[in-house]
Design a protein around this ligand. Structure first.
Ligand SMILES: Cc1ncc(COP(=O)(O)O)c(C=O)c1O
Length: 397
């Protein structure tokens, strides 16, 4: 007699698949079927990886860099990352504190796995990047979501943070610039949050993935630079995906105090061995061939900035929509609550009737908003926002 297979694990049954990848996948399927879709869902730059980075990877492949690499990354890349933190932020770290992993997502996961155990609580300000709560659950810990909204610029305040802390709180996750809102905390706002974390002996995961995508002359802040005490409890995640248009390369970075970096490397040694060897040589060129890289990043930023301003102005012209002008990343997060529709229904109907793909705010723990990525062509943005306006005009308010 054949038995039905046993149920899948608690982890497999409890994990929610990424809703952003799901919306983007649906939009791409419609496109493949010949529909004229305006996609605002993708979380990746619409630019190609700069040529000098690709060339360095090709040279590495030809030179036979096709074997396992050291678990925490090839030494010249780890050193170049350490040098970058010194040059950009005055943060002095050794290459031994740097772990190169298969993507910023994986770096975040390593940081959570290294510091959280079952029963621990992790404070995640909402709106949040979709993967944080799932990673925390995979570590057996409990996500503690703390809401913010557009009235405070989607920023957590020290008082709200303090109120959410319990004896079980182990980790605070901060993400500035933010996915999904594009919000950027000022240095003093971050210092105030770090002071609360210090007072309660929390670890900090500072996800600085969008550190180089900033507008209006705003400059990035690295949380580990605040003081020796803050540095001793902070894991800084960044990577190559967004700044250098290298999403498919799967390369992330983590900079942490020596015992945490060692733990992350040991976890990685059992879970992925190393980030792809030849890809790391491409990343090395991104950091070493500074002038070429700077030129590519500047060109991309200029396009993003133009689109950001255009999309923001157009959205605020639509009766019923209110949108803050975010200063980082490549997202705007308009408020659509006045239409009285669940944001999920809003997005489904928008895609069905107007073929415009947007991710509902509820996917990020914030009902009543949309996440629109402007990492897409000016033409798609223009067409898409016109369709969005037409769609909104059919709704009651
Ligand atoms: C806030 C944030 N952190 C981390 C990541 C992970 O980036 P990667 O593609 O390098 O895994 C993303 C990607 O969407 C992100 O938005």
């Amino acid at each position: 007699m054949s038995q039905t297979p046993a149920p899948l694990s608690t982890w497999a049954r409890n994990v929610s698949p990424s809703p952003t990848l799901a919306v983007d996948g649906k939009a791409k399927a419609l496109q493949a079927a010949g529909e004229d879709v305006c996609g605002f869902a993708a979380g990746e730059p619409d630019f190609d990886t700069p040529d000098h980075i690709k060339e360095a990877c090709i040279v590495a492949l030809r030179a036979g860099k096709t074997k396992y690499a050291p678990t925490p990354g090839i030494e010249p890349l780890r050193q170049a990352i350490a040098d970058r933190y010194a040059a950009e932020y005055g943060l002095k770290v050794t290459s031994g504190q740097v772990v190169v992993s298969p993507g910023g997502k994986y770096s975040c996961y390593l940081a959570v796995m290294a510091t959280c155990s079952p029963g621990d609580e992790v404070i995640i300000p909402a709106p949040f990047w979709v993967s944080y709560p799932e990673m925390v659950k995979l570590a057996g810990a409990t996500p503690k979501l703390v809401s913010t909204d557009d009235t405070t610029g989607f920023k957590l305040t020290p008082a709200v943070l303090e109120a959410a802390i319990t004896p079980k709180t182990r980790l605070l996750i901060i993400n500035s610039p933010s996915n999904p809102t594009g919000a950027v905390y000022t240095r003093s706002e971050l210092e105030a949050l770090a002071a609360v974390a210090l007072k309660h002996n929390l670890y900090i995961l500072s996800d600085e993935m969008y550190e180089h995508l900033m507008y209006d002359g705003v400059t990035p802040t690295c949380v580990a630079t605040f003081s020796k005490e803050v540095e001793a409890r902070t894991m800084v995640v960044a990577g190559f995906s967004k700044t250098y248009s290298m999403t498919g390369w799967r390369l992330g970075t983590l900079v942490a105090p020596p015992p945490i970096a060692k733990a992350c490397s040991e976890l990685q040694s059992q879970m992925s061995s190393n980030a792809t060897t030849f890809a790391q040589y491409g990343a090395l060129a991104a950091l070493k061939e500074k002038e070429k890289t700077k030129a590519s990043v500047h060109a991309m930023l200029a396009a993003f900035d133009r689109r950001r301003k255009f999309l923001h102005a157009e959205l605020n012209q639509i009766p019923g929509i209110k949108c803050l002008l975010a200063q980082g990343a490549f997202y705007l997060f308009p408020n659509i609550a006045s239409f009285g529709l669940k944001d999920q229904d809003f997005c489904t109907r928008l895609l069905d009737t107007e073929k415009v793909a947007a991710v509902p705010g509820s996917a990020f723990g914030a009902e009543g908003y949309l996440r629109l990525s402007y990492a897409t062509s000016d033409e798609v943005i223009q067409k898409g926002v016109t369709r969005l306006a037409r769609f909104c005009s059919t709704l009651k308010r």
